[in-house]
Design a binder for this molecule. Structure first.
Ligand code: SAM
Length: 267
């Protein structure tokens, strides 16, 4: 597709409100077209990687919800094959700050909402959701829970918080603990959870199981691999209406052309 026709299709895109989010998202009609549009308009490969994070550092400080949060990282664990959640990723910062911005601007309410975070890694997103008033279960693979719990204790337990945060194992594709399903979560969060084609089926299976008809999913993805994102969108669109949140709606200081933010609600 030429640049002008990409821009024309972008202009023609349908928008609608999805789930608990009070502003319009751009409805994704076709996975391949979405990928073409993102890569043509945003040129992600030409953008700076890790704009908001530093993977070599043992701590990452970020201001959110009126506090200076400190995220503990384990850079040395990143040399273990398959370990990705020992450091923060840009899409986690984008999603956490988007939630804060959406709540502050009245387009999302998290107060008293049941929230589950998938693939929480170091846990910043879930911690921010708890500080915004949600009751959050941060989940990840069993060997990721120790660092996750430390970050929850450090960033949620100490503050005069309104919500709560707990940590639990949830391996995508496995049966889900009934505690997480009864009642179904209001909100499901995932940042940088779409990065491996091998994991997409299991992630989608978990999303299908954990979402009820009133659940709103926010997924922030890094634009590294067009094939993996396309595969995820194709699978997701069979069960969910998928909308992309335009960058103009993100936190003004945390926008990146290497990140895309999607909302999913069950059809
Ligand atoms: C790239 S990291 C992103 C971490 C964090 N969400 C962030 O944005 O910084 C991907 C996360 O997904 C988790 N993960 C990968 N495969 C998983 C699986 N099969 N089940 C559960 N979690 C998984 C990893 O352990 C890791 O924490």
């Amino acid at each position: 597709m030429e640049a002008t026709s990409v821009a024309e299709s972008a202009a023609a895109v349908a928008t609608m409100r999805l789930g608990a989010y009070g502003r319009d998202a751009e409805v994704v009609e076709e996975a391949a077209g979405e990928i073409l549009l993102l890569w043509a308009l945003h040129q992600p490969a030409a953008q700076r990687q890790n704009a908001f994070v530093r993977h070599s550092s043992r701590t990452l400080a970020i201001d959110a919800c009126g506090h200076r949060l400190t995220v503990l990282q384990s850079p040395s664990s990143m040399s273990t094959p398959g370990v990705t959640g020992a450091v923060m990723w840009d899409s986690g910062i984008v999603l956490g700050k988007f939630l804060e911005h959406a709540v502050d601007s009245g387009t999302l309410s998290l107060h008293g909402k049941r929230v589950v975070e998938l693939g929480a890694g170091c846990g910043l997103v879930g911690c921010i959701a708890a500080l915004l008033g949600a009751d959050v279960m941060l989940t990840d693979l069993p060997d990721r829970l120790k660092l996750l719990k430390k970050n929850v204790d450090l960033n949620v337990e100490g503050w005069n918080k309104r919500g709560s945060a707990r940590v639990s194992e949830l391996t995508w594709g496995d049966d889900i603990d009934t505690e997480l399903l009864d009642p179904m979560p209001d909100i499901v969060l995932g940042s940088d959870v779409v990065y491996s084609e091998a994991a997409v089926e299991d992630l989608l299976s978990t999303l299908k199981q954990i979402c009820g008809c009133h659940t709103t999913v926010f997924v922030a993805g890094e634009l590294r691999n067009d094939a993996v994102l396309e595969y995820f969108l194709e699978g997701a669109m069979k069960e969910f209406v998928v909308g992309r949140v335009d960058q103009s709606q993100w936190h003004p200081d945390y926008r990146s052309d290497r990140v895309a933010l999607y909302i999913l609600v069950k059809k």
